[in-house]
Design a protein around this ligand. Structure first.
Ligand code: NAP
Length: 455
């Protein structure tokens, strides 16, 4: 399809864009390199002022930006508005905290004075996915720009208008030319950009193959990368859990963004003691969800972002069913309408050897598993190649301790939804990637941690 806006609710091609030529990419790289020289030494107060202004613009035009997102990738409009506001939050957070996070850090040594100083490294390339087209970009850009780096964005090919809108926000906020640029390029053009000497580091949020490809190219050129990749997060419910709260949260945890979130709960691991009741309540709640036009404020579940994603999730569901998994609700494509709609689906009695045990399900499909007690729950939760987030429900303090200690994940949330928050680090282990975004750890990823020793 190339770089284009295609409405996922109708399949209609709204607008297509030409990818930048090699000559145009060269101009962008040169602009970034030149901007970096002066931008890196600008006072923190100036950068904070611009970053706060970016937040003002996001809040001022939240509805307009939200509509662009919903048009391009189909998330329900209420979620899109919330995403724009959260993007404003991360801008304000780093506008306020960057000075503290990047302050010189005294360290004792044999010098008369020694300390650690954090300095920018230069132009950083961000390759971003379509699922949170604003949030993903701002959570990279806010710390990167506050640290004195300049940013170049290669956004997913199906959200070009989001990509252009974000660059426009930074321009209107007052950031100098070249501090943040959107490059409309396809995935095949990324390698040459990563290899260019003027790019100092790269980050990618997306699938494992894309991450591996970017990291290989960066490795060849000795450049640092941060990778935020897929997940198959467990949602564990043990006997003592507050079942009402767990079920309520389970619906949001699986359905947010039409099920297309890296930290969505994908595998529901239920203690036998409560599994029947949990399952029954979950089916009722899934069946009550309103599937439809994502532009309507009362829609819960919109279309999947692309026909390819619809194909993939349906193939995974059918592969599980063919081997004996039961669909408690949903389980078939909705053929009564255009667009990439898939119904909220729950699979149970899933046999081993099906994709449910190995793969990420990127859509509105909950996978239910029954276990006997915490040992089996932890074992099943950890038996995947991913390690992004984990949500676990129990009121037993000893169980809470074990879960926070033994779950193999970048984040464990007890009695709550796994979520990103500017104040907390975010990232994965195992095949979910490496490095961290957000919080103090996020801003330290793309800086020169300089040792200063003075006698
Ligand atoms: P994707 O196909 O990997 O695309 C992500 C980005 O990478 C897009 O900009 C894409 O460009 C680009 N890309 C694809 N192949 C590439 C390559 N070989 N070299 C360089 N760039 C390449 O992922 P997706 O299907 O859009 O996104 C869903 C995945 O992202 C899921 O696995 C999800 O879990 C993960 N995700 C992770 C996080 C996290 O924080 N851990 C957050 C959100 C999503 P084109 O669009 O031009 O192909």
């Amino acid at each position: 399809m190339g770089i284009a806006t295609v409405n996922p609710a109708t399949g209609e091609l709204v607008k297509s864009f030409d990818a930048l030529t090699d000559e145009e990419i060269e101009v962008c790289l040169e602009t970034a390199a030149k901007a970096s020289v002066s931008y890196r030494y600008l006072p923190m107060e100036k950068k904070s002022e611009w970053m706060n202004r970016a937040a003002d613009i996001l809040e001022r035009d939240a509805k307009r930006f939200a509509k662009i997102m919903t048009l391009e990738m189909g998330k329900p409009i209420k979620g899109a508005i919330a995403e724009v506001k959260k993007s404003a939050w991360v801008c304000r957070f780093y506008a306020e905290k960057a000075a503290e996070f990047l302050a010189d850090l005294p360290a004792e040594s044999d010098a008369s004075r020694s300390f650690v100083r954090y300095q920018p490294i230069g132009p950083v390339l961000a390759v971003m996915p379509w699922n949170f087209p604003f949030w993903q970009v701002f959570r990279f850009a806010a710390p990167a720009l506050m640290a004195g780096n300049v940013g170049l964005l290669k956004h997913a090919s199906n959200v070009p208008q989001c990509a252009l809108a974000v660059a426009e926000i930074f321009r209107e906020a007052g950031f100098p030319e070249g501090a943040f640029q959107t490059l409309l390029v396809g995935a095949s053009q990324v390698a040459q950009i990563v290899a260019d000497d003027r790019i100092k580091a790269a980050t990618l949020t997306g699938s494992e193959p894309a991450g591996a490809s970017l990291a290989a190219q960066a490795g060849k050129n000795l450049k640092k990368t941060v990778l935020e990749l897929g997940g198959s997060d467990p949602f564990i419910v043990l006997e003592s859990a507050d079942l009402e709260a767990a079920v309520e949260t389970a619906v949001t945890a699986r359905m947010l963004n039409n099920g297309q979130s890296c930290i969505a709960a994908k595998r529901f691991i239920l203690d036998e003691a409560i599994a029947g009741e949990f399952q029954q309540k979950l089916v009722e709640k899934f069946q009550a969800l309103k599937v439809g036009d994502p532009m309507l404020p009362d829609t819960d579940v919109g279309p999947l972002a692309t026909p390819g994603i619809l194909e993939d999730i349906d193939k995974q569901v059918q592969a599980c069913r063919a081997k004996g998994a039961k669909a408690l609700t949903g389980g078939q494509r909705l053929s009564d309408r255009p667009g990439n709609f898939y119904p909220p689906t729950i699979l149970a009695d899933i046999p081993r050897g099906t994709p449910a045990y190995e793969e990420e399900f990127f859509g509105p499909v909950a996978l239910l598993f029954r276990v006997r007690g915490i040992d089996e729950a932890i074992e099943l939760a950890n038996s995947t190649s991913f390690g992004l987030g984990a949500s676990a429900w129990t009121t037993d303090a000893a169980e809470q301790d074990r879960l926070t200690l033994e779950l193999e994940a970048g984040a464990v949330f007890i009695n709550g939804l796994v979520k990103s928050d500017p104040r907390l680090p975010f990232g994965g282990i195992k095949r979910s990637g490496y490095g961290r975004e957000l919080s103090i750890q996020g801003i330290h990823e793309f800086v020169n941690v300089k040792t200063v020793w003075i006698k």
